[in-house]
Design a protein around this ligand. Structure first.
Ligand SMILES: [Zn+2]
Length: 473
């Protein structure tokens, strides 16, 4: 099947051609583990998961590397400000190492809740310090670096002719937009490869280097770890669109002199999840996490469903109204899949029909990850009377592998819950409610319904009379 992706480097939709047949190596920029990741960050991780699942369903062997930034990410992109890890440590009165461990764990909990397949490798920046030093030494030898005494080793972006080529940035605009440098940088776009520890205090995370004790700049970790784990030249590098201007431009500037051009064949960037006031951010400390959604009673799969209703290349608005609507849409599909499970009987899968729908849906997602269109096909599939339940169900198993929405799993859970028989006292209450309704005593009927509800059951009035169903946890 043809796979097409929008490449930020060429600014074109391109047919994907792997470096090695049926293999894909891809690198995605991971979290800086100094705080919980908000749901806006999660959009990026879900998109990478869809990209990966699409390749797997197309028969590719996927090697996915996602870094865990546990050092060197400063609060500003211009290499000033505090180290985010040390800031997190000060905020919570813990060591930087404890902060890294704690927020790596909460990140893994969140991606697990969202049914994101774990990357093949999740390297921590602090485990690859020698590799980062090695690359800085190479850049130094090639003449790309200079030292700012008392500050660090910097990359001289004027030495790299293609600086800013990613996304076709206008270099003079890019440089003009940055603050006039006051720390001795030769060009405003220059960036730190190695920062020196302050002389008057010991940092929690610092290492010896040929230039002095200190810590790596943020960008070099991605160059070092991607090359170490995927080889010097690999297929795809992804990240949020906020990385284009600085982080990814800097990664390219570091890597291409070392390995030659092009270092990466396809650059894919995701758009943001927007809150009412614009881009979600952690700076205010007021942000939503997956855990918050769960605590408010939302199914993380419904949030994932909401994300897939948009295209990764377009901003998507988040609101609780939108999440409620997505929850209803998601639940109605689960109901229908549950009915397919019950009605399947001894039907056989029709292979020709299966292939037709399978190809249609996979083709759509392989075309630059058009998940919203795939979800429309799913609705059409459910409505199509010519496709039997067994075939539909097998298609849903494929859809779950491709989109990770766990429709079949949730449908089975729903059936399990529905098959639990209500205890005698609840059945008795339900009978009393029927009586009250027959006597038009609405007030009493309502009171009984609330009583049943608070005991953890629902009474649903069907055409065959009231059904008592255990409430979903
Ligand atoms: Zn990165």
């Amino acid at each position: 099947m043809t796979i097409r992706l929008y490449n930020t480097m060429s600014r074109k939709l391109e047919e994907f051609k792997p470096l090695l047949p049926n293999h894909v190596g891809f690198y995605s920029c991971g979290p800086t583990v100094y705080w919980d990741q908000h749901i806006g960050n999660m959009r990026s991780f879900v998109n990478s998961d869809i990209l990966k699942r699409m390749f797997i369903e197309n028969g590719y062997d996927v090697k996915h590397v996602m870094n865990i930034t546990d050092v060197g990410h400063l609060t500003s992109d211009e290499d000033s400000g505090e180290d985010k890890m040390e800031k997190g440590a000060a905020r919570e009165n813990k060591s930087a190492w404890d902060i890294a461990k704690m927020y790596t764990d909460s990140f893994i909990r969140d991606i697990t809740s969202l049914n994101i397949i774990k990357p093949t490798f999740m390297p921590h920046a602090t485990d690859y310090i020698p590799e980062q030093i090695e690359q800085i030494k190479k850049l130094e030898k090639l003449g790309y670096t200079y030292e700012i005494p008392g500050d660090g080793i910097y990359y001289d972006t004027s030495k790299f002719a293609d600086y800013g080529a990613l996304g076709g940035q206008n270099l003079s605009e890019l440089r003009g937009g940055l603050r006039v440098d006051d720390n001795g940088k030769k060009n405003p776009t220059d960036f730190a490869l190695w920062k020196f520890s302050p002389t008057d205090k010991k940092r929690a995370m610092e290492w010896e280097s040929p230039w002095g004790v200190g810590f790596p700049g943020w960008h070099i970790e991605c160059s070092a770890m991607s090359m170490k784990l995927l080889g010097p030249h690999f297929d795809i590098h992804v990240g949020g669109q906020e990385h284009i201007k600085v982080h990814h431009s800097d990664e390219i500037a570091q890597s291409e002199p070392i390995v030659g051009k092009p270092w990466v064949n396809y650059w894919v960037h995701y758009e943001w999840l927007l809150s009412k006031d614009g881009k979600m951010s952690k700076s205010s400390g007021d942000f939503l996490t997956v855990q918050d959604l769960i605590e408010r009673g939302y199914d993380p799969m419904a949030f994932r469903y909401l994300l897939l209703l948009g295209h990764y290349h377009q901003p998507l608005d988040f609101s609780f109204e939108a999440l409620d609507a997505a929850t209803n849409g998601y639940k109605s599909i689960i109901r229908k899949v549950a009915d397919l499970i019950t009605s399947k009987g001894s039907e056989h899968v029709n292979d020709a029909v299966y292939d037709e729908w399978h190809n249609k849906i996979l083709d759509t997602v392989s075309d630059n990850l058009k998940t919203a269109e795939a979800l429309v096909y799913i609705q059409e599939l459910l409505k199509d009377n010519k496709v039997n339940a067994a075939t539909k169900l097998k298609l849903f198993e494929f859809i779950d592998r491709l989109l990770g929405l766990q429709f079949v799993n949730r449908a089975q859970k729903l059936l399990d819950i529905e098959s639990v028989e209500a205890p005698e006292e609840i059945k008795k209450l339900a009978e009393e409610r029927v009586k009250a309704k027959a006597e038009k005593n609405w007030e009493l009927a309502d009171k009984i319904r609330l009583e049943i509800d608070s005991a953890g059951w629902n009474v649903v009035d069907t055409k065959d009379g009231p059904k008592i169903i255990k409430k979903m946890a």
